[in-house]
Ligand binder design. Structure first.
Ligand code: NAP
Ligand code: ZN
Ligand code: ZN
Length: 352
């Protein structure tokens, strides 16, 4: 098969699990009939980018270009593109394609499709090799996986909605979080701070659990009604058996069982954090009150657009710290120290 027409763009990539990210040149396919070409203006820095660049999930193909919180301007469209035109501000999240025909795709839950193509971390069905993410100047995506950004949102502060936003919005909606419920959010990082904002917007009584004593005031400013320092056993015990729902966004090893004990009868804890190592689950905290434990993965395309529109309507964006592309390795080190308030976003104009 002939190699499709391509063009070169600048990017930042890792060449091995232990190598820092560095400047590289990568190839993008020239737009085909249903493709949208996007000049990337901003890309959020998700903790998944770090897990992936360092092969902590054991499926990374190198060179690895992370980045799946992409916002940019449309610079070209294929002949068949109907929804977008040159100049539109658009978003791309964690998915760039799927099979389109399986029950998951037909339900708008493309994230659970066996044939889903992730923005990075999949095999590129057109070019071969690994898919290459948003730490780059431009990307080409089939129009069904491109999202419309509400015009009233700051594009840089909206970029992390494409992963941190949908990953917290989706389970809070699935578990019908709302008025009259007591809801816990564990971890105040990129995902956690959006979990707090959405749970508050949905009308719940929101309790933030943090290991960082310095984040209490921010937790309240972001919308938490109460903040619990999770290392303090007395503070944890005061909430025993009282939560309807807990969303756990922690990126590293921690004790899940301490949180199961805080759920009411039939309460649920949903894990979205994806630590490298397995987390031990004890039987008794779950069986005592018919509590349940589940997971959730980003969200499908229809729900991601719904989330963006909700954010436009309610003026919700992320609290960000803008960085240059060449600051990415320092940003990763700060992320590992839980020192990010509350999402790094790369100004892609800095990639020259
Ligand atoms: P992040 O910004 O680094 O935030 C993680 C937070 O977890 C930290 O700010 C910290 O909050 C807390 N934390 C870190 N180490 C901890 C430890 N040892 N014990 C207890 N708490 C700790 O990361 P993120 O971008 O929000 O991502 C969080 C996790 O979700 C990552 O594993 C990521 O890969 C995963 N993820 C999953 C999905 C999905 O679809 N399921 C999507 C995106 C990301 P405090 O300082 O408040 O304690
Ligand atoms: Zn992510
Ligand atoms: Zn499918």
């Amino acid at each position: 098969m002939a190699k499709p027409a391509c063009y070169s763009v600048k990017a930042f990539s890792a060449t091995a699990a232990t190598a820092p990210l560095a400047a590289a040149t990568i190839e993008r396919r020239s737009p085909r009939a249903t493709d949208v070409q996007i000049q990337i203006q901003y890309c959020g820095v998700c903790h998944s980018d770090l897990h992936f660049a360092r092969n902590e999930w054991h499926f990374t193909q190198y060179p690895a270009v992370p980045g799946h919180e992409i916002v940019g301007k449309v610079t070209a469209t294929g002949k068949g593109v109907k929804k977008f035109k040159v100049g539109d501000t658009v978003g791309v999240g964690c998915l760039v394609d799927s099979c389109r025909t399986c029950p998951e795709c037909r339900a708008g839950l493309e994230q659970f499709c066996n044939g889903m193509v992730m923005t990075y971390g999949s095999t590129d069905p057109i070019l071969g090799g690994g898919t290459l993410g948003g730490y780059s100047q431009s990307i080409v995506v089939t129009e069904d996986f491109v999202l419309r950004l509400p015009a009233n949102l700051d594009p840089a502060a909206a970029a992390p909605l494409l992963c941190a936003g949908i990953t917290t919005y989706s389970p809070l909606r699935h578990w019908k979080v709302g008025k009259g419920q007591k809801v816990g959010i564990v971890g105040l990082g990129g995902l956690g701070h959006m979990g707090v904002k959405f749970a508050k917007a949905f009308g719940a009584h929101v309790v933030l659990f943090t290991t960082s004593t310095g984040k209490v005031a921010d937790g309240k400013r972001l919308g938490a009604h109460e903040v619990v320092i999770s290392k303090d056993e007395a503070q944890m015990a005061a909430h025993a058996g009282s939560f309807d729902f807990i969303l756990d966004t922690v990126s590293a090893n921690h004790d899940l069982n301490a949180y199961f004990n805080l759920l009411k009868r039939d309460g649920n804890l949903t894990l979205v954090g994806a630590p490298e190592q397995p987390l031990p689950v004890a039987a008794f905290p779950l069986i005592m009150r018919r509590r349940s434990f589940s997971g959730s993965l980003i969200g499908g395309l229809p729900e991601t657009q719904e989330m963006l529109d909700f954010c436009g309507k309610h003026k919700i964006t992320c609290d960000i710290e803008m960085i240059r592309m060449d600051q990415i390795n320092t940003a990763y080190e700060r992320m590992l120290k839980s020192d990010v308030k509350y999402r790094f976003v790369i100004d892609m104009a800095s990639l020259k």
